[in-house]
Design a protein. Sequence first.
Length: 169
Amino acid sequence: MFSQAVEAARTWLAVELLVRMRSPCAFFVISRAVPEDVDYRTTRGLDRRLFDILLKGDWIAACETCAIIGPTGTGRSWLACAIGHKACRDNRSVLYTRLPRLLDELALAKGDGRIAARMKSLARVELLLIDDWGLEPLNGNARHHLLEILEDRYGRKSTPVTSQLPMVR
């Protein structure tokens, strides 16, 4: 029993080190969100088969994107972080960011002349997880920065987003 606990802790530590070594810029809001801990029994409407396809990562290799949509408390951020951890394990570069924080960071970068370098680094990362899309209206600069990020990445890298805004059919 004790040896199993030690081995589990060692495995978790090895995964954490791999994540940090492979993608030093990856910061996950929920650092222990791993695919093995996904609870499919909760009533959030998560399709196990679809989530397994997302975890497999073929869509990342194909430079596609996805949206994880749901009301507050359904685990959107947690699921995005689990996808990010799996991508790191698959030796992909990953960056998790909340949209409001990213836009604030880009506004500062524009002010001190680092905007071109920051946009270039965002374009290079294989999986850019953008959390909390649509929480607040975007000003002109924010819309411009976001358009540039998405345009740079379209067809070249994957950019999944999470949002609590419902999909309009």
